[in-house]
Structure formats: C-alpha cells, structure tokens
Write a protein that binds this ligand. Structure first.
Ligand code: FE2
Ligand code: FE2
Length: 166
C-alpha cells in the first residue's frame, strides 16, 4: 500500500487524536532516522503504523502486538524490520535494532506528547538515543510502580540491557 493510501485508511481506523499522534510519530521518526543515518522510508512507515491496532485492542499492554499484526494484514507491510519496530515500540527489547530504538523514542517525544520530563528526553534523543531510552524507560517504570499498575518485565530487561552497554 502506498503511504498516502495508508494515511487515509489509518485516519478512519484510529480517529483524529490517535491519527495526529501517528503523524507526529512518523515525522519525529523521520528526523531521527536522517540524523542517525537510518532508512527514512522504513522509519516513516513504522512510525505511522506503530499504534494502528490500538483501537481494536482491549488490553493496552497488547496493543503493540496487535498493531504489528494489523500492519501486515490490513496495511500490507511485509518488511520484517518494520514489523519488529512496531511490535516492540512500547517496551523495547534486548539487542534491539536502531530502527526499533527510533520508533520507541519517536513515539515518546513526538510534539503532541505532554508529560513531566518530556523536554529532557526530547533533547537527549537528538544527542544520544540510548541515553534518551534509559531516561524514558526509567520514568515509565517509576510511573507504573507508583500507581501499582502492571509492569511489563520486558521494559526492565531493555533498561538493564541498555545500561550494560554504557
Ligand atoms: Fe503505542
Ligand atoms: Fe504511540
């Protein structure tokens, strides 16, 4: 599917608010990809579709998996590296690729995101993406713990992995 066609379908699928977030993530991913020398068209598609299954998914913890599935079945994405970037955008994973890091962080810093600490992560993303991911994961883990929400252990694994690499 061509990207303009994907956009049209996605807007219907997600509604205005989530569609805007998807466009924001696509544009942020494009900027990061050009700075770090990553494939720009893959970054754009992955950013655009990273939440495409969110409306159809009742359990928010599983929306990344659902989005990866829908990217293939509804939007015709075949590229495994794009699918993996969508699949792992909420928690990251051990040995993640650069494209996966870009989508993870673009989702957390795109211009429609407003939360405490976002400015610091935004700045760090364009300086050291691993450091930005560490900051983002630490703040997510803290947030989840403070509210007694379910913590996805994959986030902890990713955080430890990134810290080991320092
Ligand atoms: Fe998401
Ligand atoms: Fe998102």
């Amino acid at each position: 599917m061509h990207i303009e066609e994907i956009k049209k379908e996605l807007e219907i699928e997600l509604g205005q608010r989530l569609y805007r977030h998807s466009i924001g993530t696509m544009e942020e991913a494009e900027k990061l990809a050009s700075l770090y020398g990553c494939d720009i068209s893959k970054a754009r598609i992955a950013g655009l579709l990273h939440d495409c299954g969110k409306i159809r998914c009742k359990d928010n913890l599983k929306h990344a998996k659902k989005s990866a599935e829908l990217a293939q079945t509804k939007f015709g994405v075949k590229d495994k590296s794009i699918i993996n970037a969508i699949m792992h955008h909420t928690t990251g994973r051990v040995n993640m690729t650069f494209l996966e890091k870009i989508i993870f962080i673009a989702d957390k810093i795109e211009p429609n995101r407003h939360y405490e600490g976002v400015e610091e992560i935004r700045k760090e993303a364009y300086n050291n993406i691993d450091e930005a991911m560490i900051k983002s994961l630490e703040s997510t883990i803290e947030y989840v713990k403070n509210r007694n929400m379910v913590l996805d252990m994959e986030s902890v694994n990713t955080l430890n992995y990134l810290k080991e690499g320092k």
